[in-house]
Design a protein around this ligand. Structure first.
Ligand code: BGC
Length: 504
């Protein structure tokens, strides 16, 4: 304790010296303070990928079709460079190359996803594909042999096409199919996997896939099918969680954790109206997090009221927001051991009296207008502005609203053209790590950080035009070599020193 006090006094003295130096600026103060900031000893560092984005091998060894196979084949015009991930970085054949760089980084864990149609080609257990299981067995075993903890995402957008043919996420049977799939994974890999994530970013497949029709399965039903997709996702998540706790938690030594990954921006008020911040947050993070992590459970009140009122106003007989029965509320509330958080960016918001969007739509229900600060640095992706203080704000919001639940940051990253000298990515990661340290100082229970992504990969409708990797991959090279960018070296130093002290 004494040591810490002396360190703090020394830090204050340093800050005083820098501030009194007339040549200095406030940026220099932050830099210098950051140099002595360390992460807690048990804090974990990793990198993340997803099956469709990196594996390739789209039709090999019995794999079934996913909706992304079908979509990219049938609609190349909807992908920025008309590409697909039939081969991509080819991790299905090159996992050893991935392993080599995961080790090089010194990562504590590696987050990857399992392709549902690779292990169950039709989405159903009757179609079990042993070759698919073997691929993931090898991945998991090789990681563990090298002291790297596998963190497994069960679903990262690539739904089996056959399940989509019968309604996908809007089919009430989806809940059973997912539970069954989750059980296969627990049975087969549960003796070795400690970290499970049921779904990756439900917002990001439900809204574009079932609302705006920009992602497969191209359903245009904003305000209806996308809300149902979210509802079924939350319920399927809770069923998979309860199943693990009931049948597998004890069996596998009471160390496994099951969570869900939610993506969220943080919202700042554009005017002085702070109540808008809560409204915006409930319409984004709260939609999924409130039912699972809040003490009260169920959907946030503001959603129930607004969507209910609008639905009646449209002449409907019931609310477009599905009703959560008491039984479901109880099953869902508390159904996670941690919150997986994907954070990329934030926005300023203000309340909109008469929203212009189509009726019905999320835009009309939420009634918020989001803008950016022109000072924020933008990535290659048009939606991605660097706002590190948004991450601190978001973590504080989670701490206050959800009883300081454990948060594992499961994605954070920056896109560019794929250049090896990626100073902007380094700055982004550095700033966000400092934002996490700020949150930890404020008592937030953050235990892990994950860079998206380990390697350049297929960026959904943007194809290969936006690159997020710490390692560059030339998609047309026969061997798909993984080439370290400058940020890989930077992140290696961060992991090794457990701090953001690197001067890179
Ligand atoms: C997704 C990734 C995606 C990344 C960058 C996240 O929303 O989980 O699959 O590549 O963002 O857009």
């Amino acid at each position: 304790m004494e040591g810490i006090k002396i360190e703090k006094i020394f830090l204050l003295f340093q800050i005083f010296c820098i501030i009194s130096n007339r040549g200095g600026n406030s940026y220099a103060v932050i830099e210098s303070v950051n140099e002595s900031r360390k992460f807690p000893d048990k804090f974990l560092f990793g990198t993340s990928t997803s099956a469709y984005q990196i594996e390739g091998g789209w039709n090999e060894d019995g794999k079934g079709l996913s909706i992304w196979d079908t979509f990219t084949h049938e609609h190349p015009e909807k992908i920025a460079d008309r590409s697909n991930a039939d081969v991509g970085p080819d991790s299905y054949h090159r996992f050893d190359d991935d392993l080599k760089i995961i080790k090089e980084l010194g990562s504590d864990f590696y987050r990857f996803s399992i392709s549902w149609p690779r292990v169950m080609p039709t989405g159903d257990i009757s179609s079990l594909n042993k070759a698919g299981l073997k691929y993931y067995d090898d991945v998991i075993n090789k990681l563990l042999e090298n002291n790297i903890e596998p963190m497994v995402t069960m679903f990262h957008y690539d739904l089996p096409q056959k399940l989509t043919d019968i309604g996908g996420f809007t089919n009430p049977l989806f809940l059973k199919y997912f539970e069954n799939y989750a059980e296969l994974l627990y049975i087969h890999f549960g003796d070795r996997v400690k970290y499970w994530i049921t779904f990756n970013e439900p917002f990001d497949y439900c809204h574009p896939g079932y609302g705006e029709a920009t992602y497969p399965p191209l359903i245009e039903s904003d305000g209806i099918a996308n809300y149902l997709c979210l509802d079924h996702t939350i319920k399927a998540h809770a069923m998979a969680y309860r199943l693990y706790r009931m049948k597998y938690y004890e069996k596998y030594g009471k160390i496994g954790k099951v969570g869900i990954t939610i993506s969220s921006r943080f919202y700042f008020s554009k005017s002085n109206d702070e109540s808008i911040v809560d409204r915006g947050m409930q319409f984004m993070l709260g939609w999924l997090a409130h039912p699972i992590y809040s003490k009260a459970g169920g959907y946030p009140e503001v959603l129930i009221e607004e969507i209910g009122r609008n639905s009646l106003g449209e002449g409907r007989a019931w609310s477009r927001l599905p009703t959560m029965s008491e039984d479901w509320k109880n099953l869902i509330r508390g159904s996670a051991d941690f919150l997986g958080l994907n954070y990329y960016t934030s926005r300023y918001i203000e309340y909109v009296e008469s929203p212009k969007g189509k009726s019905p739509s999320l835009e009309r229900d939420a009634r918020i207008n989001a803008t950016v600060d022109p000072q924020w640095k933008r990535a290659k992706s048009t939606w991605l502005y660097s706002v590190p203080r948004g991450l601190t704000g978001l973590l504080g919001f989670i701490k206050d609203q959800y009883s300081n639940v454990e948060v594992m940051i499961t994605e954070n990253g920056f896109s560019d053209d794929g250049q090896l000298n990626d100073d902007d990515r380094i700055q982004y990661i550095k700033d966000h790590l400092n934002a996490i340290l700020d949150a930890i100082d404020q008592g937030c229970n953050v235990t892990a950080y994950t860079v998206w992504s380990l390697i350049d990969n297929f960026e959904w409708v943007y194809g290969y035009t936006e690159r997020f990797g710490l390692y560059y991959v030339n998609m047309s090279s026969p061997n798909k070599e993984r080439i370290a960018k400058k940020s890989a070296k930077f992140y290696t130093d961060v992991i090794k020193s457990h701090s953001v002290s690197s001067n890179l």
